[in-house]
Design a protein around this ligand. Sequence first.
Ligand SMILES: NC(=O)c1ccc[n+]([C@@H]2O[C@H](COP(=O)([O-])OP(=O)(O)OC[C@H]3O[C@@H](n4cnc5c(N)ncnc54)[C@H](OP(=O)(O)O)[C@@H]3O)[C@@H](O)[C@H]2O)c1
Length: 270
Amino acid sequence: MKITFLGGGNMANALIGGLLKQGFPVADIRVVEPLAENRERLAGAFGVACLPAADASVLESDVLVLSIKPQQMREALAPIAGKLTRQLVISIAAGMRLTDISRWLGGYSQLVRTMPNTPALIGAGITGLFADQSVDAEGRRRAELVLGAVGKTLWVAEEGMMDAVTAVSGSGPAYVFHFIEALRDAALALGFSEEQARLLAIETVVGAAALAADSTEDVTVLRQRVTSKGGTTEAALNSLNADDFKAAILRAVRAAEARGRELGELLGKD
Ligand SMILES: NC(=O)c1ccc[n+]([C@@H]2O[C@H](COP(=O)([O-])OP(=O)(O)OC[C@H]3O[C@@H](n4cnc5c(N)ncnc54)[C@H](OP(=O)(O)O)[C@@H]3O)[C@@H](O)[C@H]2O)c1
């Protein structure tokens, strides 16, 4: 299986690194990247072949990964529009709808839309995937192989759910960073130094997330287990509940989902 990445930025680097780590042959990967500096970085780090612009060799690939920014999509697809015949096209561009990509490719439908998140950069991502109905089981397997190289994967049955994926896990790392900021600032307020506050906040989130991921029990049970009646954790959770913490998260996720839908409309304009 030969893969060409259109766009050799951060996400392409993460995916290529992940694929090579899993033993994918370097000779089967090429990257189209206009920026010489990025081409040198990719060739130096991984030894992959890089081209400055899409040429006929791109059409020999089995899989094309669209790892460009949504605003660059239309221009990047122009050289291959109307020329694809059998290739699976995997988009990782946030918010871009398949109907728009299909139109810009001259009416092509072997498409998979995906939404990774930034922990993919260290191989700990979670990616939502949606496939056009024309994509067969082998196409889905291929998409999973590529995105599975940087973390876990989750298929959704309707494209509309990709805005929900974006709202939960795509933007989610920023919610967690915000929580870490808040816990760090609270630690500072309680008298710890910057370094101590950072360590306490980050390691608490890392440890609790690892414990939740590792456990067969629901996260609610884990929370209840550390919340003794009349204890310190209960005092804190009562305070969070009084401030409507869960409802605030729900409102935030809904706001992200709505904005994702709006951006999808805007990005798809010709
Ligand atoms: N970073 C994330 O965590 C994350 C998460 C989810 C989804 N995504 C999506 O992943 C995609 C890539 O993100 P990124 O962070 O990797 O962006 P990035 O670092 O900016 O990478 C995009 C690369 O594509 C190059 N490019 C521009 N026009 C091109 C063309 N016509 N043909 C080929 N390559 C072209 C860009 O070159 P120039 O620098 O010269 O423009 C840049 O090197 C985006 O659509 C983003 O929405 C990213």
